[in-house]
Design a binder for this molecule. Sequence first.
Ligand code: UT7
Length: 313
Amino acid sequence: MGIKISGTGSAVPEHVLTNADLEKMVDTSDEWIVERTGIKERRIVKGDNVVTLAEKACRKALEDAGKKPEDVELILIATCTLEEFFPCCACQVQARLGAVNAAGFDVNAACSGFLFALATANAYLSTGLYKNALVVGSEVLSRLVDYEDRGSCILFGDGAGAVFVEPAAEGRGIISVVQGCDGPGGVALHCKTDALDKIHMDGRAVYRFATRQVPVCIEQALQKAGMKAEEVDLFFLHQANLRILETIAKRLGIPMEKVPHNLDRYGNISSATIPVLLDEIKKRGKMVAGNKIVLAGFGAGLTYGACVLVWDE
Ligand code: UT7
């Protein structure tokens, strides 16, 4: 048995940080950022935090699924930008939602976090331990971004996305999952818990890792599912850099029309990129029952993962 996504929701801050704004902060240009990343603007919190963004995304996902907070049995929140060591984000969101029947905990696999949390929910629900879950990616990366480092500050933004998952019909929902870590490569993207530390990134190393590892991981997940890349309708890939998406598409031999993207408007929101994009594409009515879908991501850790699912309504 696999799980299906029966509701989606997202919450992005209203405040927009454009490339023109960044030109005033570091030695960069709109032309360089657009050409090298595809990003034009990103959203930055003013007042919100990972908990309030997650709560807003969850409320929308519940509404979309036609569920009430008290129906929820499990809350998994992927985040790498917590403001408190504890209580975890999931417990704070449980309180704010009034999800009195839910257990919850956080998952930190950085930008792969949503995929890792979704795989965790899939495992829990497959055993019958829980009947449903809210799976969330919520990040306030602006807290950790070094706005004096032009090599990284141009990439990141804030936001949250959530999905409500339940058991799928036979042959539908999540069919296969592949996850992995390259711990030794972790030095390429790190940030200490020290309140004064900021994101340190070797952009080229992360770029090489993503373009090498993600296509392999997707092929493995497709093989496990008994599918070929050309059969897949949509690929929801972690939104980090348009050139990374294009290289992955090329390596898989798939057209970019099958790779939706919104990084031009939101930049890289770490664990939130995939659920925010899922919400956007679902609300546009682009997914119908039976569609074959791949979700795949990579991030600090270094972590990577992919899952294949057949859309179920
Ligand atoms: O979720 C995972 C998060 N991280 C990532 O996904 C990062 C993946 N990596 C990337 O997306 C790209 O490596 C970057 C966008 C970060 C950088 O692009 P690049 O094409 O790999 O540039 P580069 O680091 O090779 O730098 C090329 C040049 C350098 O100048 P020199 O040494 O050739 O004179 C940089 O100093 O571009 C310079 N540069 C910039 N120039 C203007 C670096 N950042 C900027 C900037 N504006 N913002």
